[in-house]
Design a protein around this ligand. Structure first.
Ligand code: IPE
Ligand code: IPE
Ligand code: MG
Length: 245
């Protein structure tokens, strides 16, 4: 069966996605916002399958931001319920597919039931290595930098690290994304053109791809389009493009 992949050529090693537009998707159908969040789970399913099939090694999904607590209580609680529902339903298949589940952000501050589910999913999939899916939960890029800075300061205070040894690599090792390469490609559907406190440190040289499609309508075809676009870009990381001839 043709899988509508991006065709021969390199794929990004790490794709990050801001899963946005669920509310608008629901509103357009006259449905409650929670219905949009629920529908978004199907997009996650398809994108994970595609990443796995196409050889993408890391996928980071912005699932709940530190700012999303400002939403009405019933929407927050619907999102929390959906997180548990999603993990209960999808874990067996993620397991079969060799997906390692990770969590980034202050996910340990989630309510006890959510925290326990996330912890269990991370633990159960620890040795899987086909694809790592990092769920950004109670995640904020500024908070992540604050937390890493605090961890560095504690090491200095304990005499294990000298201030002059704090460099980019030390910072990187203390971020919750440690062990993952920086994202090559960041995708934001829904038409918004901003970063909304996602992966601030990590996206320094990430390629951005925006589209109007709403997250619940996002499928592997959209991911393929993003990858094809990504392949046309020239990444020089501040250097000059390679001279030819
Ligand atoms: C993204 O969809 C999901 C979360 C932020 C949890 P939204 O709920 O932000 O959808 P829009 O942006 O209102 O359409
Ligand atoms: C970003 O979307 C957070 C997630 C997708 C989890 P938001 O909808 O919360 O971002 P803003 O408010 O449009 O910047
Ligand atoms: Mg939004």
């Amino acid at each position: 069966m043709p899988d509508a992949g991006p065709g021969p050529g390199p794929v990004p090693e790490h794709v990050a996605i801001i899963m946005d537009g669920n509310g608008r998707w629901a509103q357009r159908r006259g449905l409650p916002r929670a219905a949009g969040h629920r529908a978004g789970a199907e997009s996650i399913r398809d994108v994970i399958k595609a990443c796995r099939a196409w050889g993408i090694r890391y996928l980071t999904l912005y699932t709940f931001s530190t700012e999303n607590w400002k939403r009405p209580r019933d929407e927050v609680s619907a999102l929390m319920d959906l997180l548990v529902e999603y993990l209960d339903r999808e874990l067996p298949e993620l397991q079969r597919e060799g997906v390692q589940v990770r969590a980034i952000g202050r996910w340990r501050d989630l309510p006890p039931r959510q925290r326990a589910k996330v912890e269990a999913a991370v633990e159960a999939t620890r040795s899987n290595d086909r694809l790592t899916v990092a769920f950004a939960l109670n995640y904020g890029g500024r908070q992540a930098i604050v937390d890493a800075s605090r961890a560095l300061a504690e090491e200095v205070a304990a005499g294990r690290l000298r201030p002059q040894d704090i460099d980019e690599e030390a910072m990187r090792r203390h971020l919750d994304t440690a062990g993952m390469p920086y994202p090559d490609l960041l995708i934001r559907p829904s038409g918004e053109l901003r970063i909304s406190n996602f992966l601030l440190w990590e996206v320094a040289y990430t390629e951005f791809w925006f589209a109007r499609v709403l997250w619940p309508d996002f499928r592997r075809e959209n991911l393929r389009e993003a990858i094809e676009d990504f392949r046309k870009r020239r990444r020089t990381f501040g250097a000059l493009p390679e001279q030819s001839g």
